[in-house]
Design a protein around this ligand. Sequence first.
Ligand code: ZN
Length: 339
Amino acid sequence: MEWQIHGHEWAVSLLQTHASTDKRRHAYLFVGPEGVGRRTISLKFAQSLVCPNPPAPGQFCGTCRDCRQLESMTHPDLSILVPEEGHKDILIDQVRALQHSLALAPYAANLRIALLLGFQRATEEAMNALLKTLEEPQEKVVLLLTANTLESLLPTIVSRCEVIRLRPASIASTRAFLQSKKGLTREQAGLIAHLSEGRIGAAIHMAEDPAYLSRRQENLIAFLELLPAPRYQRFRLAEKLARPYDKARENVGEVLPLWLSFWRDVLIRVSGADLPLVNLDCEPQIDQIATELNISQARQLVVNHEKAIQELDLYANPRLLVETLMLQWPHVSVPLVIA
Ligand SMILES: [Zn+2]
């Protein structure tokens, strides 16, 4: 079956050649922003490496047990490395455990495949430990790493991998894809193309979650309502997001990127940059706020929201983070109707 990957044609064709000839390398590094499709493309590559009945060179059948188990990430010869529950980093012990399992012969397939997701989260010790595996390749092992940027990894890791850079698709082609393949209306497809900034994995995720757009709209209106509001009203939302206690991080994690994207849009307008807005449906509000801020105020809001997202990952108190941001928001009255 075809890989059905949108927007990464050259990468697919290179990987198909590697899967069907002796060009296969022992380690691949898929680099690009979150949601661009790094995991999806690496799993399709794994299927094309392992499927015993590919219908054409470099493809896979999609129906055999190997293909199905790889797709659902339950294949016995597939090892997945992500931070353990409650940790933000990939630790050296996890890399060592992975190395032990890779030393064993494949159980069901022709290869053992290790998928190391978001490897920029590995500690330096863990990265150094992985180097050993990269330096002494085993014949029946393929490593697939994903990461946000090359700079977030040790250069010695990067140099030992075949680097596959995945870039976001254009807004126009993302919109066309969402309309033709996901059955969205022109308006919905346009909005999601902008919201995902052409990161196709993120776009599909949004398109397939029927409640995504309505949840976003609700969060957006709650945010716009608070722009003219006094501090105690803003803090009421902070309090609401922090409940129940065990959901606070998740709730705040959902609104922070939305707020950040809004302030980025404001900064784009304040600075006069020729870039597309992400929140296309809030253009009037964004334009209005842009007239009331100078460039350093807008930039500061963006920087502070970016920092808050990082701190949320580092286990800062979610409610306190939100309240601190709310104190920095300007007081502006904007229309609450979203296009
Ligand atoms: Zn198959």
